[in-house]
Each structure stands twice: as C-alpha cells, then as structure tokens.
Design a protein around this ligand. Structure first.
Ligand code: CP
Ligand code: NVA
Length: 313
C-alpha cells in the first residue's frame, strides 16, 4: 500500500463501504467534536500547509462550499478545478491527471460521472481520493445524513429509512450504510427504476425491503428521504421522468404514515412540487438545513482522518 509523507497509508473514500463501521463511528464522533469546536469559535488548524484539489465535472453548491470552507477552517487550502477549464476537458487521460495532481497536493476530491473514473484516478494517485459524487455513489452525503439523524434522534441502528423515488447514487449509498450500520431500508421506486442488482447491497439480508406503493414504504419509517427525479447527467429524461415519477412525490399523506417523530431529509437541491411537496420540505419534520450544514463538519472529520489518521484530542 502507498504511504503518505507522514507514513500514514494512502486511504481513499470512493464508496461508503471503503470504511468499516468502526471507522464510520469514529468519523461521526469526530464530526460532533469538530462541530462543537466550530460553534464555539475555536481555531483548530491541523492541516496548515496542506492542499485539497477539487475536480468538478458536474455542478455543485454544497459539496464545493463545504469542502473549500472546511479545508480553510482546518488551516489548509482548496483549489477548485472545473474539468472544463483543465486539460481533462480536452481529453487528457484521467490516469495522467492523477499522477500529476497527486504529486502537487495532499488530497483530492472528485465529482464526476462513472464510478470507474474515480477508481482509475485513485489507482494512480499518491494521495487520498474522495468521491464527491458519481453516477453510482455519494458517500460524503450519507456521512452527513447519518450524522444528522444521530444528532436529532440518537442511534440509527435498527431504525427504518424510507427512500422514495429514483434509485440513484444517494439511494445506493444509503443501502451501503444500512448494511454497515445495521438499519433497515424501505425503498419504493417506479417500475423500471428499481435498484440495480449490483447496488442492492442487502437484497439477501434483513436490511432492504422494496415496495411498489410508496405509502407502504413510509409506513412506520423513522426517516423519510428522497432526491431529484432526474440526476445530473440524465437531463434528456427530465420530461419523461416527471410523468413516470408523479406518484412518488413525498407528501403529507406519506409523512402521516411514518412514525410521529420521523424526520424528512433531502440532499438538495430540491424541486418543490416534484419529488417533495413544499409543506414537507419546509415543514416541522424536515431537517434539510442541518443536513446541508453537516456536510461541512463531517467532511472536516473525513479530511482530518485521511491526512492525519485518528486524533484523540
Ligand atoms: N447535496 C449535494 O451534493 O449538493 P451539491 O450538488 O450542491 O454539491
Ligand atoms: N442524485 C443527485 C444528487 C445531487 C446532489 C444527482 O446526482 O444529481
């Protein structure tokens, strides 16, 4: 295994399951501490002199700002690289880009299309690589979502998360989380948009149950969550999907079937009136703003962990 200059192994975060439950529990506890420190206004800059390169092949608000602000708060710097403006946009091989960039910075975050792209990058990188969203997975999002659930309601173990809508990158990552952290997923997608068999981490376990009717999926859930009907990269399907997904809008009827203290989450950006009714996302059960803020705290814990290992102070 490659080692970093400080002799820590070069670990990547390309999928949630790249980390075991112990590492995830550590990150969640560390996020809590870093959040409290940040709230108090403490200055904590262990990454002074370190650089994060952020490569974006798709748009972003939260991922970009949380990584950039987080790196700055930890004393380091972040470089925003749009694929369009770099030689990547003119066809430079990803392997060559990885070889070069990873000799210049200490950690890399990539938002791109196929998961294979981040895997190829990581295979040629001397430094840790973080998946900032691919077509298949969004591990940083689920780290923040689980942190948010625990912050609001305590342990997620044994709880039920209802996913309504498209079986996309965020859904796939929830499935990995369910298996790792031992909770249940109820998934309801329109016919033809079911979970791909290779993503169904828990098809043969207690962790996943699929429902045709979204009302059945939300019944008894502790958390109801959804995402856009059309993810980035699938824009030509927008109009067709609006028709197909029309019955998979999270509304008050669905929320009423969930547990009375159920939360609502959405990774954002949201389309009110499409995948979620405004009175749900803007209602009392919604924690979407905390969820977005927690991207900052959980990713600071992640950056610290990848660059410095486990910290006890
Ligand atoms: N949830 C999320 O990743 O948001 P952005 O696309 O704005 O980064
Ligand atoms: N599933 C969405 C998530 C955006 C943060 C997408 O991939 O576009």
């Amino acid at each position: 295994m490659l080692m970093q200059a400080n002799s820590l192994p070069t670990r990547h975060f390309l999928q949630l399951k790249d980390f075991d439950a112990t590492a995830i529990d550590y990150l969640l506890a560390r996020s809590r501490l870093l959040k409290a420190r940040h709230r108090r206004g403490d200055v904590y800059q262990p990454l002074h002199g370190k650089n994060l390169a952020m490569i974006f092949e798709k748009n972003s608000t939260r991922t970009r700002v949380s990584f950039e602000a987080g790196m700055n708060q930890l004393g380091g710097d972040a470089l925003f690289l749009s694929a369009r403006d770099t030689q990547l946009g003119r066809g430079e091989p990803i392997e060559d880009v990885a070889e070069v960039i990873s000799r210049m910075v200490d950690v890399v975050m990539i938002r791109t299309f196929e998961q294979a792209i981040v895997e190829r990058f990581a295979a040629h990188s001397r430094v840790p690589v973080i998946n900032g969203l691919t077509d298949e997975y969004h591990p940083c999002q689920i780290l923040a979502d689980i942190f948010t659930y625990i912050e609001q309601r305590g342990s997620i173990r044994g709880k039920t998360v209802a996913w309504i809508g498209d079986s996309n990158n965020v859904c796939n990552t929830w499935l990995q989380a369910a298996k790792l952290l031992d909770f249940n997923m109820h998934v309801s997608t329109p016919p033809g948009y079911e979970i791909e068999p290779e993503r169904g981490e828990s098809f043969e376990s207690m962790h996943l149950e699929c429902f045709t009717d979204p009302l059945d999926a939300t019944r008894g859930a502790d958390l109801v969550t959804t995402d856009v009907w059309t993810s980035m990269g699938y824009e030509e399907e927008i109009e067709e999907r609006k028709k197909i997904f029309a019955d998979y809008r999270v509304d008050q009827e669905m929320m009423a079937l969930a547990n009375p203290d159920a939360l609502f989450m959405h990774c954002l950006p949201a389309h009110r009136g499409e995948e979620v009714e405004a009175n749900v996302i803007d209602g009392p059960q919604s924690v979407v703003w905390d969820e977005a803020e927690n991207r900052l705290h959980t990713q600071k814990a992640l950056l610290e962990y990848l660059l410095l290992g486990q910290i006890t102070d």
